[in-house]
Write a protein that binds this ligand. Structure first.
Ligand code: HEC
Ligand code: HEC
Ligand code: HEC
Ligand code: HEC
Ligand code: HEC
Length: 395
């Protein structure tokens, strides 16, 4: 079966001028002809992920529940987005769309009235990226080719619904840089996940963002009614992090390396290592903290004492006030980085704590790390997630 499709070449920038040059392309046929009459891909713009999901069922099922799929319709983003409109107007609001609702950006739908605007970082958006260009404060810049051709990491794939193109970019961290690296309009780095990775030992080991966040999982690239393939694995499209328990557990290793007692004192040394994250802990917007908490308590769980160390990046405005609101961060209110003691990939922080207790021998020492973040709309109930914990009795 031969399917005619129109390929639209879009050469332009997310935030810049867009040139449209329509060109005709012909989709490849497969041996047998699956019935795909109910599937309608948009050849002049972005298609809904639901259309892709009719054939790429397993990939769709993973993507559907991840944060990328909900980057424009989760409560935390929605509140911030409405705030931007209220405080700075329509123009500023478009800034957010480049990363959170890139399809809405293209369709010029800042009020998010079209259903497709709620698909966040969608299938067709990612698989139309041809090249990642250096970003601007307003957001990412990509060169797109969309409409008929879907680009990806497979060398010889053929589809009855669209033409395909192998593009090495899909296996590189550079692909993710478009949205996971940002300098604000005042020139202060806000999101530096990509450069943290770039400066770590991981690039030399060939460990990309995809290796950790899109690892192979069981599944079929396409449903069998379209094409029978022998492959049994797909790249995990439930690109997860803080929202995944396994990812959190592998991120930080805690070791109580020494416990010394001296009369009424206990000195505890703890090593905290960023063993699992390919970037700093924490990474992303400077609103998150890692908290190391060390406790001593007696055999009955009484007389508890606790000490903390906090790892975070702190930025401030012209008056020296610390900036923590996402809206202010993204729109350039921060003009200086006050401090940044986040833990780099594979780095170990050795921390010492001294506790004063009457009977040191009676005590149990424990050390736990937490991921802590207080979204504005949840102010009274901060997110406080235990990452890991270890314990030792004092002998
Ligand atoms: C009618 C079924 C069908 C629909 C609808 C469909 N695809 Fe495909 N797609 C396929 C088949 C078949 C392959 C080839 C798989 C293989 O070779 O193992 C494929 C391959 C791909 C590839 C791999 C390309 C490469 O070179 O790495 C990507 C990416 C892709 N599709 C994305 C999409 C996106 C995005 C949509 C929605 C806009 C979509 N597909 C809609 C059937 C479909
Ligand atoms: C078009 C922009 C865009 C691209 C491209 C992109 N991301 Fe994201 N990503 C986002 C946005 C926006 C969020 C935050 C969504 C939110 O919290 O509302 C996010 C969130 C995430 C998260 C956090 C998920 C969680 O469970 O906490 C991870 C991990 C992630 N992205 C990894 C990646 C990787 C790996 C790539 C490259 C393969 C990538 N992203 C490409 C925009 C993008
Ligand atoms: C954040 C961007 C992003 C989104 C959203 C996304 N993909 Fe992908 N996709 C990738 C990347 C990157 C790879 C390559 C991963 C690798 O090889 O390490 C990939 C691989 C693929 C492949 C090749 C087969 C495989 O399993 O590796 C297909 C087919 C595909 N994606 C289809 C889809 C469909 C369908 C959707 C929506 C349900 C989707 N993608 C959403 C970035 C994305
Ligand atoms: C060596 C494995 C590894 C590599 C490489 C890696 N990550 Fe991660 N990433 C993790 C782990 C583990 C976490 C979970 C830590 C946490 O819960 O904060 C994480 C967390 C994240 C988060 C969520 C941060 C938050 O506070 O919720 C984002 C976004 C992210 N990674 C994006 C990326 C991008 C983009 C790249 C490539 C430039 C990348 N990661 C490379 C392992 C990795
Ligand atoms: C350069 C890309 C980019 C732009 C532009 C951008 N964001 Fe984000 N945003 C992200 C990424 C990536 C994350 C994921 C978390 C992280 O890395 O800290 C995020 C996270 C968030 C979060 C936290 C969401 C959660 O679930 O915890 C909010 C709220 C948010 N952004 C609001 C906005 C608003 C409002 C704007 C416009 C003023 C905006 N963003 C512009 C990339 C961007």
């Amino acid at each position: 079966m031969v399917l005619k499709t129109f390929r639209v070449w879009l050469v332009g920038l997310c935030m810049g001028v867009v040139f449209l040059t329509p060109a005709v392309a012909v989709g490849q046929g497969t041996g047998s002809s699956p019935d795909i009459s109910g599937i309608h891909l948009n050849t002049k713009g972005f298609s809904s992920s639901r259309q892709c999901g009719q054939c790429h069922k397993d990939i769709f099922a993973d993507w559907e529940h991840c944060l990328h799929a909900h980057s424009s319709n989760n409560a935390v983003f929605e509140a911030a987005y409405l705030q931007v409109y209220f405080e700075r107007g329509e123009g500023a609001r478009k800034t957010c769309l480049g990363c959170h609702a890139p399809v809405a950006y293209f369709n010029n739908d800042p009020k998010l009235t079209q259903p497709i605007s709620h698909e966040g970082v969608s299938c067709d958006f990612c698989h139309s990226i041809a090249e990642v260009l250096p970003g601007t404060p307003e957001g990412p810049q990509f060169r797109f080719e969309f409409g008929g051709v879907k680009q990806g990491p497979m060398k010889d794939s053929k589809s009855p619904a669209h033409s395909t193109r192998y593009n090495e970019l899909y296996r590189q961290s550079l692909f993710c840089k478009g949205c996971h690296e940002q300098v604000n309009p005042s020139g202060i780095p806000m999101i530096t996940t990509f450069s943290e990775w770039e400066q770590s030992p991981y690039p030399d080991k060939g460990i990309t963002c995809q290796k950790c966040h899109m690892e192979p999982v069981a599944g079929k690239t396409v449903a069998e009614f379209v094409k029978k393939t022998t492959a049994t694995q797909i790249s995990n499209h439930n690109i997860a992090a803080g929202h995944s328990l396994t990812k959190r557990r592998q991120a930080l290793e805690i070791k109580i390396t020494t416990i010394e007692t001296h009369r009424n004192r206990i000195r505890v040394q703890v090593d905290l290592t960023n063993t699992g994250a390919g970037h700093k802990m924490p990474t992303g917007l400077p609103v998150k903290k890692i908290i190391l908490e060390v406790k001593v308590e007696d055999a009955n769980g009484g007389h508890r004492q606790m000490q903390q160390r906090v790892y975070q990046k702190i930025v401030a405005d012209k008056q020296g006030q610390v900036v923590t609101r996402v809206v202010d961060l993204m729109l350039g209110k921060a003009v200086t980085v006050v401090s940044d003691n986040r833990i780099a990939p594979l780095e170990t922080r050795r921390e010492s704590f001294t506790f004063f207790v009457r009977k040191p021998k009676d005590q149990t020492v424990s050390a736990a790390a937490y991921y802590s973040y207080t979204p504005e709309i949840l102010q009274p109930a901060p997110i406080h997630i235990k990452l890991n914990e270890v314990q030792r009795r004092v002998r």
